[in-house]
Design a protein around this ligand. Structure first.
Ligand SMILES: [Mg+2]
Length: 216
């Protein structure tokens, strides 16, 4: 297959979930709901679960029900020492810089957070552009609109020419339905929407040699 475009999720895909960053962001979301919105302690986790299932993200739920200021929320939840949590990854840099295709970050986070993570990993030079929650007009993954936005930004009309890595099966499902080649990162799950499972993006070289050959 001739692939033209590579899409990469950010959090828990480009760095291992064991570093705790994603968990820390979740704790900041709880803090925000407690401190800024004065929501009762016993409601917070139920609401977050509900928003995640109903709207895709906590942010979208809070926008709809509490009219939160988006930038205020995103700045608050990402106010963490990312540079101390995410380490440089020269092996990942070498891998991504050798792929002869445009590489887009496709994330429900915002550009500011994505930039800090990519800078901490020292892989920013490998990235063509960042498709973030603002680019998606806050209709984020797994809403099908987000995937159409990603294709439009990448200038690729054929999803079958695209490879997409994410640590969330839920985010891979609509991508698979549209025709993307889907790769799950960080766990092994038997699911018809998952074409391949890998532990780390570093394994692409072994499992997807087509990314280096055959491109249009
Ligand atoms: Mg992720």
């Amino acid at each position: 297959m001739a692939y033209t475009t590579l899409f990469l999720d950010l959090d828990d895909t480009l760095y291992p979930s064991t570093n705790g960053l994603w968990h820390a962001i979740g704790a900041r979301m709880d803090d925000y709901m407690r401190a800024r919105l004065n929501l009762p302690e016993d409601k917070i986790s139920t609401l977050r679960k509900h928003y995640f299932l109903e709207y895709g993200t906590t942010l979208r739920g809070l926008q709809i029900h509490y009219q939160v200021d988006t930038e205020d929320f995103l700045d608050y939840v990402h106010d963490l020492p990312i540079e101390q949590i995410v380490s440089p990854d020269p092996e990942l840099y070498e891998l991504l810089s050798s792929i002869p295709l445009p590489i887009f970050i496709f994330t429900n986070a915002n550009r500011k957070h994505a930039t800090r993570v990519l800078d901490s990993l020292r892989i920013m030079d490998c990235i063509t552009d960042i498709i973030d929650v603002t680019t998606m007009n806050y209709i984020s993954k797994p809403n099908t609109h987000a995937y159409y936005t990603s294709l439009r930004i990448a200038g690729e009309s054929n999803p079958r020419a695209c490879v997409y890595l994410d640590d969330s099966v839920r985010n891979l499902v609509p991508a698979h339905e549209l025709g993307f080649f889907t790769i799950l990162v960080g766990s092994q799950v038997q699911n018809p929407s998952v074409r391949l499972s890998i532990n780390r993006p570093h394994e692409l070289k072994i499992v997807m040699p087509d990314l280096w050959n055959n491109h249009r």
